[in-house]
Structures are given as C-alpha cells and as structure tokens.
Unconditional design. Structure first.
Length: 82
C-alpha cells in the first residue's frame, strides 16, 4: 500500500497518485476518473471511455466484416430514387 497527502490546488483539493500505483492501475495522464464519496471514503475508478469513430473503424478487418444483407425491395417511405 502506498500513501499520499491531500494538498490544496486552487479552490480544490488534490492527491498525487504515486507512479507505482498508476502503473498497476494502467492509468496515464489525461485519463478520466469517476469519483465517489461514501462513508468517509473516496473511491476512484477509471471512467468508461467511449472509443472514437476512427478507433472503431481501425478495428475493421476483412475477417470481421459482415456481408451485405439483401432485405428485399424497397417499399414505402424508405424507397429512394437515385
């Protein structure tokens, strides 16, 4: 277990996270955290990060692409004349 000290930072309080703890938590500068205070304790958790469109598209490979699906002819309002 590591220890840290609460310090004033502007109008807020701050805690410096030791490098060894950050490494074990796979945390890096700029990461978002969720903060919860309950029963005299403070819990920090990595916030769920939403991947960017570019990151999602980069994961597309020929092996994981689905073939085009034929849903039949267009009918009603979805029919588009090109």
């Amino acid at each position: 277990m590591a220890s840290a000290q609460v310090v004033k930072w502007g109008n807020s309080l701050a805690v410096r996270i030791p490098k060894s703890i950050a490494a074990r938590a796979r945390m890096k500068e700029g990461d978002a955290l969720e903060i919860k205070a309950a029963k005299g304790r403070i819990e920090l958790r990595s916030a769920e990060r939403i991947p960017t469109l570019e990151e999602l598209v980069a994961q597309i490979t020929p092996e994981n692409r689905h073939p085009e699906t034929d849903w039949g002819p267009d009918v009603g309002r979805e029919k588009i004349e090109w």
